[in-house]
Design a protein around this ligand. Structure first.
Ligand SMILES: O=C(O)CCC(=O)C(=O)O
Length: 297
């Protein structure tokens, strides 16, 4: 893979690239200065203040948690940040699309958590190696604040069995979890504001409650390549952010230019309707994909 340069420095070194392929996870990678991260957080919190009653019949948290890039220019803009794309290109190659952008917010003093899981379990992408999540910290995501933890090397597994817990504190769509994880093998991935981690779609990961005094805010960007086949859905929707999709395997959607454009809100509903069957497949009860707990992961 190419090494893209930021101010003459490779965005990822060969050693970082090797770590990602070996461990299935890499952190921390600085992408935004602390002040830039602060400004991004301010934009998120301004949206929360200005759209407290939601948009298009849905709460704002819906758009924050699933496919936010379709209706929120902030999320699609961050997903096109050159420094992030350069790092992802070093892992996946020059042609990149964004499948989903999601905010994972844990308020201080709540019990919100994320159970052990592999991201691509219910995404209908098979067991691809061509999906990576860039998770960007917009607050101090310390161990105390409930940063992610990972099992290094676990991406070498196929997709393993997940059981649905439907735990209301779990930020995942169905509270799905992998049983029997050996926590002693877990590696914490604390991040300062503006740093990111990169994790493979089959890497086992989880996170605990936020016991810090501040909100814990992260933006997860799911990147795929044109080679990812949507076996369950036929063609799925994604936003081309670098290079080209010569195979045209994805329905390429445009980035929004203004907030909650009517056409973008209609597209949002179309994409959700299309994806929901795959995301809920095999669940033993209704999956709350569309309420405040509706993360795809
Ligand atoms: O933010 C978290 O704690 C979990 C995020 C996650 O599971 C993911 O981005 O895949």
């Amino acid at each position: 893979m190419t090494e893209r340069l930021q101010n003459g420095v490779p965005m990822l070194t060969q050693s970082q690239i090797a770590t990602y392929h070996d461990a299935g996870v890499l952190h921390p990678v600085p992408v935004f200065a602390e002040q830039e991260a602060r400004e991004l957080r301010d934009e998120v919190e301004q949206l929360e203040r200005q759209h407290a009653s939601g948009a298009g019949q849905r709460p704002l948290s819906q758009y924050f948690r699933v496919n936010g890039q379709i209706v929120l220019p902030l999320l699609s803009r961050v997903a096109r940040t050159p420094a992030i794309l350069d790092a992802v290109e070093a892992l996946l190659g020059p042609d990149l699309l964004v499948w989903s952008v999601e905010l994972f917010i844990k308020e201080p003093g709540t019990d919100s958590l994320v159970s052990w899981h592999q991201d691509i379990t219910y995404w209908g992408m098979g067991e691809t190696d061509d999906e990576v999540t860039a998770w960007i910290a917009l607050s101090d995501v310390s161990v105390e604040a409930g940063c992610m933890r990972f099992i290094p090397g676990s991406h070498r597994n196929p997709i393993v069995a997940h059981e649905d817990t439907h735990d209301s504190d779990n930020l995942l769509s169905r509270g799905q979890q992998i049983a029997g994880i050996d926590e002693t093998k877990a590696q914490f991935g604390p991040l300062k504001p503006g740093e990111m981690s990169l994790h493979h779609g089959r890497c086992f990961h989880a996170s605990g409650p936020n016991r810090s005094g501040d909100r814990r805010i992260g933006m997860a960007i799911r990147y795929v390549t044109p080679d990812v086949r949507q076996s369950d859905l036929g063609r799925d929707y994604a936003m081309l952010v670098r290079g080209r999709d010569a195979r045209q395997g994805w329905i390429n959607i445009a980035a929004p230019t203004t907030l909650f454009e009517p056409g973008a809100l209609r597209l949002y509903e179309e994409v959700l309707a299309h994806q929901s069957a795959t995301l809920a497949a095999g669940a033993d009860q209704d999956v709350a994909l569309y309420d405040h707990q509706g993360a795809k992961g």
